[in-house]
Design a protein around this ligand. Structure first.
Ligand code: NAD
Ligand code: A1AUG
Length: 515
C-alpha cells in the first residue's frame, strides 16, 4: 500500500488543463436539466414531487430535477439500510476499503467533469471546484487506509493465561446530512467514513446541490459498493430530516451544517423514542466566526494576502472563512487595511465558468438576502471601505465587502454571515487581540501572522479554536495533514480527515478468553 499523500491541485496555467475544464463544462451543459431518481436499495425511485437544482449564476438554468423523498420513502430506505447492515457489517474491512480506493480512481479520472458540475450547481470558481474534488479523493484514500489500520484492532497489555482482544465494530444505520458549500467533499467524506466502517447510510444531501451527490452515488456503484449500503434520499430537512433523526432504528447522525440545525438535531436525537435500545450518537460539525490576528511585528503583505484569500475564497461561504481580522497597533492596522482594500478591489466577480473569476455567486435567494441584510447592518456598525454592491437580476452576485473600525461586539463581528463580508478591528496589544479572537460562541478556525515567537506560542496555548494556523490563512485544511473540526458552538470537534474520525462511527469490543 502506497502511503497516503494528498491529491495535487490542478495547475490552471497549463493550457491542456484549461481546455479540459472547458470541454467538461460543454459536456455538463449538454446534460443540464435531466431528472434524477432516489436510490434506495439500488432501486431507482421517481417521485412526482421534485427538488429543482438551479445554477446560482444564472437562475434561469436548471441543473437538474431530483426526486424528493417523503416520510414513507424515508421509512423504506431505513428498512433497507437496517437489513443491509446485517450483511455489510460482515464484509471484510479490507474489501470495504478497496471500494473506496476504486472510487478514488474513478473520481480522479472524472475530475474535470465533476468540477464542471460544481461550477454549475454550486457556483464554484475553477480552483475552488478543483479543491473540493481533490478533497473528496483525499477522503477516499485516507479513510480507506485508516480502515485497514483499524481492522487490526489495538494491542492490549498481556496477561498470562488470557487472550485479550480489542476490536472495533460498526454501529448500525447512520443518517448523513450534508451542506451545500462542500457538496462533493463533505457529502462524500461523511458518507464514506460511515460506510467503510461497516455501517449503512441514509444520505440526505443539501437541497441546492443534490445533483453532484447523485454523481457520487453512481461512482460508488461503479466502484462496487453493494446496493443498500448507501441510500440516496434528498428531501426536506424539516420533513425527512426530522423523521430520520427521530427514528428509533437510527444509530447515529453525522451532520454538517449550521449551528441552529445542528443544535436541533442534537436535542431531538437525545429523546428516547419507542422501540429504541441505544443512545444515538451525534457528530455535528457546525458554523464558525473565524479570525485572523495580525501582530505588529509580522509580514504585513502576507497578512493582507492571507486575510483576503481566507475571507473571499468561494465568496466566504466556508465555515473556516476569515470573517474578522484583528490587527495590533496603528501602523500595522493602517497598512493591512489599505492593502486588504487594494487586493479586494482586484478580485474578479462574475460567472464562475470563466477561469478568471474569483468571486462567483452566493448559494441561493436565501443566502443573498441574508448577506445583503448583514451588509446593511455593517454600514451602521463600521466604515464601508470596499464592496457593498450586489445584483440578483440573473444570479446571486455580491461583491467582496470590507468594513473597517468595527467594534468587537458588533453583530458583524459576532454572527456567522457566511458570505463575502469581512470586518476589521484594531487591538492595542497581542493579548487583547487574542481575547477579541476568542470572544464569540464559536471556535472553529483561526490564524496568527507574527514574527514574535512568544506571541506565536501564546496563540498556540490560548487561541481556542479546533484549527489554528500560524503564518498562513485560516481556510483550506488538508485531509490527513490538518484534521478539521471546531470547539464550542462549532460542533463536536470530530476532526474530519484525522486519525480519530473513523472510530466515531464504531464501538470498541473487548473480548477476553481464559486459557
Ligand atoms: N464545521 C464544518 O465542518 C462545516 C463545514 C461546512 C459547512 N458548515 C456550516 O454549514 C452551514 C452552511 O451550510 P447549510 O446552509 O447547508 O446548513 P444548514 O444547516 O441549513 O443545512 C445543512 C443540512 O441540514 C439539512 N437540514 C435542514 N433542516 C434540517 C432538520 N430539521 N433536520 C435534519 N436536517 C436538516 C439541510 O437540508 C442540509 O442538508 C454554515 O453554518 C457553515 O459554517 C460547517
Ligand atoms: N475544511 C474546509 C472548510 C469546510 C467548511 O466549510 C477548510 O478548511 O477550509
Amino acid at each position: 500500500m502506497i502511503p497516503y499523500k494528498s491529491e495535487p491541485l490542478t495547475d490552471f496555467s497549463n493550457e491542456a488543463n484549461r481546455q479540459a475544464y472547458l470541454e467538461a463544462l460543454k459536456k455538463v451543459e449538454s446534460e443540464l436539466g435531466q431528472d434524477y431518481p432516489l436510490i434506495i436499495g439500488g432501486e431507482r425511485i421517481t417521485t412526482e414531487q421534485k427538488i429543482t437544482s438551479y445554477n446560482p449564476s444564472n437562475t434561469s438554468e436548471i441543473v437538474g430535477n431530483v426526486s424528493k423523498a417523503t416520510q414513507e420513502l424515508a421509512e423504506k430506505a431505513m428498512q433497507i439500510a437496517d437489513s443491509t447492515f446485517n450483511s455489510w457489517k460482515r464484509v471484510d474491512p479490507r474489501i470495504r476499503a478497496e471500494v473506496l480506493f476504486k472510487a478514488a480512481a474513478i473520481v480522479r479520472r472524472r475530475k474535470f467533469e465533476l468540477c464542471a458540475w460544481l461550477t454549475k450547481e454550486a457556483g464554484k470558481p475553477w480552483p475552488q471546484a478543483d479543491g473540493d474534488i481533490a478533497e473528496g479523493i483525499d477522503f477516499l484514500e485516507y479513510y480507506g487506509r485508516q480502515m485497514l489500520e483499524l481492522a487490526e484492532g489495538k494491542p492490549l497489555a498481556e496477561n498470562p493465561g488470557q487472550i485479550n482482544k480489542y476490536s472495533y465494530i460498526p454501529l448500525g444505520v447512520g443518517v448523513v446530512i450534508s451542506p451545500w458549500n462542500f457538496p462533493f467533499a463533505i457529502m462524500l467524506g461523511t458518507t464514506v467514513a460511515a460506510a467503510v466502517t461497516g455501517n449503512t447510510v441514509l444520505l440526505k444531501p443539501a437541497s441546492t446541490t443534490p445533483v453532484i451527490a447523485y454523481k457520487f452515488m453512481e461512482i460508488m456503484e461503479e466502484a462496487g459498493l453493494p446496493a443498500g449500503v448507501v441510500n440516496y434520499i434528498p428531501g426536506s430537512g424539516a420533513e425527512v430530516g426530522d423523521y430520520l433523526v427521530d427514528h428509533p432504528r437510527t444509530r447515529f447522525i453525522s451532520f454538517t451544517g449550521s449551528r441552529d440545525v445542528g443544535l436541533r438535531i442534537n436535542q431531538r436525537a437525545s429523546v428516547l423514542n419507542e422501540g429504541q435500545i441505544w443512545i444515538k450518537r451525534v457528530i455535528a460539525e457546525m458554523g464558525g466566526k473565524d479570525t485572523i490576528v495580525v501582530d505588529d511585528d509580522s509580514d504585513l503583505e502576507l497578512a493582507a494576502e492571507a486575510i483576503v484569500t481566507s475571507a473571499f475564497g468561494f465568496s466566504g461561504q466556508k465555515c473556516s472563512a476569515c470573517s474578522r481580522a484583528v490587527i495590533v497597533g496603528d501602523h500595522a492596522y493602517e497598512t493591512v487595511l489599505n492593502r486588504v482594500v487594494e487586493l479586494t478591489n482586484e478580485l474578479v466577480v462574475g460567472d464562475p465558468t470563466n477561469v478568471e473569476t474569483f468571486i462567483g455567486p452566493v448559494n441561493d435567494a436565501g443566502a443573498f438576502k441574508k448577506i445583503t441584510e448583514y451588509i446593511e447592518i455593517g454600514k451602521g456598525e463600521g466604515r464601508l471601505v470596499a464592496g457593498g454592491q450586489s445584483d440578483d437580476s440573473k444570479g446571486y452576485f455580491i461583491h467582496p465587502t470590507v468594513f473597517a473600525d468595527v467594534d468587537p461586539q458588533a453583530r458583524i463581528m459576532q454572527e456567522e454571515i457566511f458570505g463575502p463580508v469581512l470586518a476589521l478591528t484594531k487591538a492595542t496589544n497581542f493579548d487583547e487581540a487574542i481575547d477579541i479572537a476568542n470572544n464569540t460562541v464559536y471556535g472553529l478556525t483561526g490564524a496568527v501572522i507574527s514574527n514574535n515567537r512568544f506571541n506565536l506560542e501564546k496563540a498556540r496555548e490560548d487561541f481556542h479554536v479546533g484549527n489554528l494556523y500560524l503564518n498562513r490563512g485560516c481556510t483550506a485544511a488538508t485531509v490527513g495533514y490538518q484534521p478539521f473540526g471546531g470547539f464550542n458552538m462549532s460542533g463536536t470537534d470530530s476532526k474530519a480527515g484525522g486519525p480519530d474520525y473513523l472510530t466515531l462511527h464504531m464501538q470498541a469490543k473487548s473480548v477476553s478468553e481464559t486459557l
